[in-house]
Write a protein that binds this ligand. Structure first.
Ligand code: MF3
Ligand code: CO
Length: 262
């Protein structure tokens, strides 16, 4: 069952989303060679709590940290720890914050220092795929119109979408219906309606789309070791079009990361 939110609930979700965007900015500003992912996690947790919110991920099904920090060929759900960032790495950071009963969920893949042009293209493509998916999140469209746009943007650039990982509805719970695959024909699935709130999250690789779960039972990496990227927004379908919730007027993650302006 897809839970639709009232305009006032969407306003509350925009506050959670803004906090996610600001947390990603706090983390992004600290990303440099020599920093560990555990240090980034501590910064994020401290910031989220300082705003009167809870890190949604911490304790979720036993997840031990406040963010996911997934370097290079790791796609998602990397547990922060002793990994030390190196020049040329990419780091996918996923943040969830619960504020006033609603969850914001967002992710961004940051370059660490200078990255090579192929890595930059992967990041730009994943970001463009997210933008294309968000653009299709309109009342009257079908859910798979989002999926199709993500897949098309990704594959047109020669990259692969991961098929076993999906986006999701978001609201009072981090994971609500529906699941949102990042591939598929358009025109399928439920009709999108105003009040639906969705976490759209392309996860793509530069090589094969196959992934495996590490022994920690969380971290997921590409099987062929190819570079991965993950960008995510929580959005609301409104009468006026898609409304991105995980954004804030004072936050420009692309500028912070040195990616092209959107
Ligand atoms: N954004 C991720 C998701 O939608 C975050 C989950 S991490 C977890 O699945 F640790 F909380 F599970
Ligand atoms: Co998510």
């Amino acid at each position: 069952m897809i839970i639709r939110k009232s305009p006032s609930e969407i306003e509350r979700m925009a506050r959670s989303g803004a906090l996610v965007a600001r947390t990603l900015a706090v983390v992004g500003a600290a990303i440099r060679p020599g920093v560990t992912t555990a240090e980034l996690d501590a910064l994020a947790e401290e910031f989220i709590r300082s705003q009167g919110a809870e890190p949604t991920f911490k304790g979720y099904r036993g997840y031990p940290a406040s963010i996911c920090a997934s370097p290079n060929s790791m796609v998602v759900h990397g547990i922060p720890g002793g990994y030390t960032l190196a020049e040329g790495d990419v780091l996918s950071v996923d943040v969830g914050a619960t504020l006033n009963g609603f969850v914001g969920d967002g992710a961004f893949t940051f370059p660490v220092g200078e990255i090579d042009p192929a890595a930059r293209e992967l990041l730009e493509t994943c970001r463009a795929a997210l933008a294309a998916g968000v653009e299709r999140a309109r009342a009257g469209s079908r859910l798979s119109d989002i999926s199709h746009a993500v897949q098309q943007t990704t594959e047109a650039a020669g990259f692969s979408v991961i098929r076993t990982l999906v986006g999701h509805g978001v609201g009072r719970a981090m994971h609500e219906d529906p699941q949102i695959p990042n591939f598929g024909e358009s025109g399928r699935g439920p009709e999108l309606k105003a009040g639906m709130t969705l976490a759209i999250e392309p996860m793509i690789t530069a090589g094969s789309p196959d992934v495996f779960v590490h022994e920690d039972e969380w971290s997921i990496s590409s099987t062929d070791g190819s570079l991965a990227a993950h960008f995510e927004h929580s959005i609301a379908v409104t009468e006026g079009g898609p409304l991105v919730l995980t954004t804030a007027p004072d936050v420009d993650l692309a500028a912070l990361a040195g990616l092209s302006a959107s």
